[in-house]
Design a protein. Structure first.
Length: 403
């Protein structure tokens, strides 16, 4: 797998305060400090940058904000006041003495000490169509601040995370025609996301993640694009630069019905401030990719109803009773607990369903309000040892019954 490395260009913030303007300011004006920002390239939805359509240039967005530390101030918010959607922007905030360090995006919980600012790289990120939403993870820290109060300040930033850009093509695979729900990038034992701290006063400092850091990052596709033949889907996520040459990497694609997991070996170590283009052409990676029906990712041994890893109800020996009521072509499976006054009935199950058959069943419940009743469309996933596994793809619910 080829990786094309494109360095992320350093961001420069240059003060736009002019001496002539300073002379004309009223005492109220002097409580406001302005910085003009030039970009060559959240702790909330209002602190963000975005990529230009060329995928390389970084642009300011409405609502962008940076955090500033000064000789008499800690974590002061400066907001973008003009220059949205361009590489040139003006930031303003309260007047402070001698700016020392800065970071992006602003977060109220960063802390009072620039020697240990607190941040988070989200292990679950989002993308909605072609609109990049990784801005809350696009962390930058200052490398130097130049200038003075009269002529203004120039703040130079560098990136501390890594951007992965996946080009996904599922032509000729079982994923064709399905809607992509998520992409997960993982590496066992690595710290790819989570809570971190960084010392802004240290030249070239890198983020230090805590022991609970995640070994994976999941990108949720809010628009759930259809995976079509001979048509690629572009997905982007931010990770901590903790991948080394030779590490085993896993890339998992999840649709409403399928999972594909591609296992590869890292050819290069990742570096902060770099972007890696990862072409995921599954037709060329069949020997490294495993396809699985989403219904088979969990294993259940006891009769019952399950939602992913959660047990909604299961048969308990010597406490519950289970029974079947058979007709000519279909039957009802029932679990009841007389002491707790609970009855769950799964009706209209075919007597001899084949693997892959889809059909409707009726779910009736009494005394178990956490289970949805009504008509459910299910698929027969497995039938062996008198156990029939049925899966509801719409609700991700599994039914395991006697057959």
């Amino acid at each position: 797998m080829k990786k094309i490395i494109l360095p992320i260009i350093v961001i420069v913030l240059i003060s736009g305060c002019r001496q002539e303007e300073e002379k004309r300011r009223t005492p109220i004006d002097k409580t406001v400090m302005e910085l003009a920002g030039i970009l060559p390239g959240q702790e909330g939805p209002l602190t963000r940058t975005s990529l230009h359509s060329d995928g390389l240039l970084t642009l300011w967005n409405v609502g962008d904000a940076i955090g500033l530390y000064g000789s008499n101030a800690s974590n002061v918010r400066f907001n973008l006041s003009s220059g949205a959607d361009t590489p040139f922007g003006t930031f303003n905030g309260p007047q402070i003495e001698t700016p020392l360090y800065a970071y992006y995006p602003y977060t109220q919980s960063a802390g009072d000490s620039y020697k240990s600012i607190q941040g988070q790289l989200k292990p679950v990120q989002e993308q909605d169509g072609d609109r990049d939403m990784f801005f809350a993870c696009d962390w930058k820290v200052s490398t130097s601040i130049m200038g003075n109060e009269q002529e203004g300040y120039r703040i130079f930033f560098r990136e501390i995370m890594t951007l992965l850009s996946f080009t996904i093509d599922v032509t000729g695979t079982p994923l064709e025609g399905e809607e992509l729900k998520s992409v997960t990038f993982s590496a066992k034992g690595k710290k790819l996301a989570g809570n971190f701290n960084i010392d802004l006063s240290t030249q070239g400092a890198e983020p230090h993640f805590d022991e609970e850091a995640s070994a994976s990052v999941t990108l949720k596709l809010m628009h759930q694009p259809v995976l079509e033949a001979k048509k690629s889907v572009l997905c982007k996520m931010m990770i901590n630069a903790d991948i080394l040459t030779g590490d085993t990497l896993m890339i998992t694609l999840e649709t409403a019905r399928s999972l594909s997991t591609t296992t590869i070996v890292a050819k290069k170590s990742t570096r902060s401030g770099h972007r890696y283009q990862i072409p995921l052409l599954l037709s060329e990676l069949t020997d490294k990719t495993v396809f699985k029906d989403i219904a088979e990712q969990y294993v259940y041994d006891t009769y019952g109803i399950y939602h992913k890893q959660d047990t909604l109800v299961s048969y308990k020996a010597f406490i519950d009773q289970w029974s079947i009521i058979a007709g000519n072509t279909h039957y009802t499976f029932r679990i009841q607990n007389n002491a707790q006054k609970q009855v769950i009935s799964l009706e209209n199950i075919p007597l001899n369903p084949k693997k892959g058959d889809s059909f409707d069943i009726e779910v009736s419940v009494y005394g178990a309000d956490h289970i949805q009743s009504g008509t459910k469309r299910v698929k027969a996933v497995r039938s062996e040892d008198h156990k029939l596994l049925m899966f509801d793809y719409d609700n991700l619910v599994t039914y395991l019954v006697y057959n």
